[in-house]
Write a protein that binds this ligand. Structure first.
Ligand code: ZN
Length: 366
């Protein structure tokens, strides 16, 4: 298998790194990027690597030097990992990088400024407020402190409410010449089209399962068995696999999500309404639950079409095979569509209980 590392030291997404590197070298890099892709697929890793690449001080040095005998001695390529800027970026303390993400509530924001506290859980609902956008705008308006750029990273921009998106649109229309803006989102469809059209899009796909497996074993020290299973059930999302390796809670939540789905399909209407109410009480967990459910229905479709080697939930094979024999293709397609719709409605702030009840009633009866 080929080398894991790309030139920016990140695993996978080679095409994105290559196209960005080419744009930077030919001085055609955009002022704004929109990195889209599934939860934990590597969007923030790429955003941080891009910031590091742009601010690396090796940038200003020639890429290759030639000795008097004419042979090229390659100088460290940016990001070199060794200069003052690279070291600050690795520690997350470079003064020319600002990362903005939604805050849990307005109260919190007014008390604490733009620094959001750590998330209680991975999918805690947050809102990116217009005040935060204004803070970033003000920060961007002055010259860089140390580097050639000021880089604003706006994480999960789908959390920005309409006022914040509109305020940000103004920044995007006339950014200061030293400003580079990088947005990340799970779903560009949730952003204003006028924002999307002003950014260079980079859509990240899940990595090949073998790449995740190799990375878990080589970079994160996973045992061969853990690496194989986690790579498979991560569906190619390296960030998810690493968290699952480091925290048993991640696998436990997945197990609970799959068990609640398997219980639902065996229940009648009245019971489903009750179960849905229970699930909706943990509204912060629901996006993750619905994502896990989607992997289940996709697996059933794969089994129905003799694609067993591509199944994600390999550790649930007997249950999958049993259901694949019971549900029609149409049932499975309907369930998958309904689950996707529910995930999107949640992101659009439709009432969690209503969304979960409607979905529960649309699942096939097993
Ligand atoms: Zn450097």
């Amino acid at each position: 298998m080929k080398d894991l590392q790309t030139r920016w030291g990140i695993v996978g997404h080679e095409w994105a790194v290559e196209s960005l590197e080419h744009a930077i070298r030919t001085k055609r890099a955009a002022h704004a990027f929109l990195i889209a892709g599934l939860h934990s697929v590597g969007k923030m890793t790429l955003a941080r690597a891009l910031a590091k690449r742009l601010l690396c001080l090796t940038n200003d040095a020639p890429i290759a030097q030639h000795s008097m005998f004419g042979d090229a001695a390659v100088v460290n390529e940016p990001p070199c990992g060794e200069c003052r800027a690279c070291i600050k970026n690795a520690k997350g303390v470079h003064p020319d990088v600002m990362i903005l993400e939604g805050a849990p509530s307005r109260d919190y924001y007014t008390k604490n400024g733009s620094t959001a506290p750590p998330r209680k859980n991975d999918r805690e609902k947050r809102i990116l407020l217009v005040e935060q956008i204004r803070d970033m705008e003000k920060w961007l308006s002055t010259a860089p402190f140390e580097g050639s750029h000021k880089i604003g990273i706006l994480r999960r921009f789908e959390d920005a409410n309409e006022a914040a998106q509109n305020a940000f649109l103004k920044t995007l229309e006339e950014p200061p010449s030293h400003a580079i803006l990088i947005l990340t989102t799970q779903d560009a469809g949730l952003l204003l089209p006028t924002i999307v059209s002003r950014c260079q899009p980079l859509t990240l796909r899940p990595l090949p399962v073998e790449t995740v497996e190799k990375a878990l074993a080589e970079k994160w020290g996973a045992s061969p068995a853990d690496a194989e299973l986690l790579a498979r059930i991560s569906g190619g999302r390296l960030g998810w696999a690493v968290r699952a390796l480091e925290s048993p809670h991640v696998l436990e939540s997945r197990r609970e999500a799959l068990e609640s789905l398997n219980a639902l399909v065996r229940q009648g209407r009245a019971e489903r309404i009750t179960s849905a109410g229970g699930l909706a009480k943990e509204a912060g967990e629901l996006p993750q639950v619905f994502e896990t459910w989607q992997t289940w229905w996709r697996d059933l479709l794969l089994l129905a079409h003799n694609q067993a080697p591509r199944v994600t939930n390999v550790d649930y094979m007997p249950a999958l095979e049993e259901q694949a024999g019971r549900f029609s293709d149409e049932d499975i397609h309907k369930a998958l569509t309904a689950t996707r719709a529910a995930a999107r409605q949640l992101a659009q702030n439709v009432n969690a209980r209503l969304v979960t009840e409607v979905l529960a009633l649309h699942l096939p009866q097993g």
